[in-house]
Structures are given as structure tokens and as C-alpha cells.
Design a protein around this ligand. Structure first.
Ligand code: COI
Length: 355
């Protein structure tokens, strides 16, 4: 859906920036927010005048449907600053398409493309001081939509709020990551909302992830809900396995998020002539490969996490540690990806988007 008349965003700037209160050398993921936020309401069947205003709390009616039925979707994107203060996004059209795909699945009206890009670029331009130079620094961008209609019948809302908030970021996982392969709980089922960035997909992972944390794992690798025999994704990341010199990852389906970093890694693997198999990956083959010494690497790929090496995994009572290797695929992909994101390398696929 697109609105034909391009409305100018109504902008209210902060009087005093809070940037000087922030210690950029030590920031945890997602706790600090920039000076401004973007907001657009859906009322009377259409998206209203978009606004940018000082970052502030919302006032919502307690009966707002998002609180009762979780009608909410979100995206994760990042902005990067190059050495000459240029600000870049990475494949933002993929996030735009995906938020509308997620919205459609949750019966939320699609957001117009011109509002999305105008909102994003104006907001980033206003808050560009919050994007720090240096590889590893970025601004995490969180577009999201919530159902705001004050009414608790279990029906899709008639009113929504689309927002974009931004948070300076370094790495998502700061320590070592070991994962537990799911045997009992599931993240998603056929015909469900696993492919969408629905808020509830994440809430449903918290309890089993807490149990896994208690056993020394930082994350769960979700398996197919029917048999728990095939490895799907890690919830905050898509997942890749390297068996000898072959890179394996599951194909996307209606249970797996179609990650932007995932598809970029697949493209980079092709560019660097790495043997790649996008096919169902079984728990059995990965355990056998680990036992035979053929499993060289596991890594996760996601916007927040970038490329995150996984040092070991557990399944039932068995625990496996991966060997430390030189020249890992994880470091190759991380380096190549970040070089493109920070405008330090040729962008032959046209992935960068200048603000
Ligand atoms: C992202 O990588 O942007 C994600 O959505 C993960 C998030 C839950 C932090």
C-alpha cells in the first residue's frame, strides 16, 4: 500500500541533546536511545501525518490491543559511519519488505514505502552525531508497529502506531556463545508466524532460553517442531555450520526468519567460491561430524549479532566443543561484510544505502 500524496514529516527537535551524558566506550546493547524518534499513526483507515519528535514515553490506553493480543511486529537494522563521516545503511529495502510481510501475517496494515524511507533518513540525519566512527560502532535501528486501538475484543485493531527508535550499539553478544539444541520446546510451527518478526516469537523463547542459560548455554538452536531432528535458527540469529570445507544452512520456510545477514553470507559464500549447501541440516549429521572432527565451525548471523562464532553445543546429555581454527569462515564473512557496511570495500551487489 502506498500513499500518493507525500507529506512532509512534522519535526520537533530536542532543545538539549542528551548525547554528552552517554559514555560511548561502554554501552550494553539496547539500553540507550538517541534524541529523536519517528512516529506515525494509523487512524480512520489510513496512515496519518508522520512525526519526528524528542524521544519520550508513550501514553496508551490499558485496553490497547497490543497489550492483550501481542499484535506487534518489528525490524532490526543498523547505520554505520565511514571515515569521512558518511552514514550508511545496509540493504534497508529488505527490512522494509520484511516489516510489511510480518505486518500482513499479523493483520496489520502495510506501511507506505515513502514514509518508511523518508522517516528513516530524516531521523538518522537528525541523530547522526549518535553514530560513532570506527568498525564495531553502529546505530541499531528499531522500526516497529503496535496495535493501539483501545478495545479488547480479540480482533485485529483499527488503530496502529508505526515507530522508529535508535540505539547506539557495539556487539550484541559480549562473551562466549554456546548453544543448546532444542528437543522439547519449539519456536515456530508450520503455518505459524516463525518467518515474521512478530514480537511474540521472541517472548516465547525467553522461558526455554532461561532454562538453557541455567545449564551454561547462551542460546537455543531451534529445531523443526514436528521431529526436533532438523536445525533451524537460533532465535536472534540464523545459523551456519561448516563441515570440513562445506558451509551448510537451512533453507528458509514459514518457520525460519529470512535474515538479511543470512542472505548476505550466502551471497558472499558464492562470491568467494565456498562450497555451500542450503538444505535441511540434521542434528544427527552435525553430531556425527562433531564426533569425527569434521565439524569445523558453527556461527550465527544476524543484524544485531553480525557474525557470531559458536564455541560449542549441547544435545540431551551430550556436550560438544568445537576446535579453535585459523582462517575461519566466520571471521572471513565478518570482515568482508563489515568492510562493505563501513564503506571500506567495493559494494558490488549494491547493498549500501547512503543517508
Ligand atoms: C536483530 O538482529 O536485529 C534482531 O532482531 C535480534 C534482536 C532480537 C536483538
Amino acid at each position: 500500500m502506498t500513499n500518493n500524496t507525500k507529506q512532509i514529516i512534522d519535526i520537533t527537535k530536542v532543545q538539549n541533546s542528551k548525547i554528552n551524558e552517554v559514555d560511548f566506550s561502554s554501552i550494553d546493547f539496547g539500553n540507550i536511545f538517541t534524541d529523536h524518534m519517528f512516529e506515525c499513526d494509523f487512524i480512520d483507515g489510513k496512515w496519518q501525518q508522520p512525526k519526528i519528535k524528542p524521544y519520550q514515553a508513550l501514553t496508551l490506553d490499558p485496553s490497547a490491543r497490543v497489550f492483550h493480543y501481542g499484535q506487534a511486529v518489528f525490524e532490526g537494522m543498523k547505520a554505520y559511519k565511514d571515515d569521512t563521516d558518511g552514514v550508511w545503511l545496509f540493504r534497508p529495502e529488505e527490512n522494509y519488505k520484511r516489516i510489511n510481510k510480518s505486518s500482513a501475517r499479523l493483520a496489520i496494515p502495510e506501511f507506505p514505502e515513502d514514509y518508511f524511507f523518508e522517516g528513516l533518513t530524516t531521523l538518522l540525519d537528525l541523530d547522526r552525531e549518535w553514530i560513532k566512527k570506527g568498525v564495531g560502532n553502529s546505530l541499531y535501528i528499531r522500526p516497529f508497529v503496535i496495535a493501539t486501538e483501545p478495545a479488547i475484543a480479540a480482533l485485529p485493531a483499527k488503530q496502529y502506531k508505526f515507530m522508529i527508535i535508535c540505539s547506539p550499539a557495539k556487539s550484541y553478544y559480549s562473551g562466549e556463545v554456546r548453544v543448546l539444541i532444542a528437543e522439547k520446546y519449539s519456536r515456530a510451527a508450520n503455518g505459524g508466524v516463525g518467518f515474521a518478526k512478530a514480537a511474540g516469537n521472541y517472548a516465547a523463547q525467553f522461558y526455554p532460553t532461561n532454562l538453557a542459560n541455567n545449564d551454561g548455554y547462551q542460546q537455543i538452536i531451534w529445531t523443526d517442531a514436528n521431529t526436533h531432528e532438523y536445525l533451524e535458527e537460533a532465535g536472534t540469529m540464523n545459523i551456519f555450520f561448516r563441515v570440513n570445507d562445506t558451509l551448510l544452512t537451512a533453507p528458509t520456510n514459514d518457520r525460519i526468519l529470512d535474515g538479511v545477514t543470512r542472505k548476505s553470507v550466502i551471497q558472499l559464500a558464492k562470491d568467494y567460491n565456498i562450497d555451500l549447501e542450503v538444505r535441511p541440516v540434521s542434528v544427527k549429521e552435525i553430531k556425527t561430524a562433531a564426533q569425527n572432527g569434521e565439524l569445523k565451525e558453527i556461527f550465527g548471523a544476524g543484524t544485531a549479532a553480525v557474525i557470531n562464532p559458536i564455541l560449542g553445543f549441547g544435545h540431551g546429555n551430550s556436550k560438544y566443543e568445537l576446535p579453535k581454527i585459523e582462517d575461519s569462515f566466520a571471521s572471513l564473512f565478518k570482515e568482508k561484510l563489515m568492510a562493505i557496511q563501513y564503506n571500506n570495500a567495493e559494494d558490488k551487489h549494491g547493498w549500501r544505502y547512503k543517508i
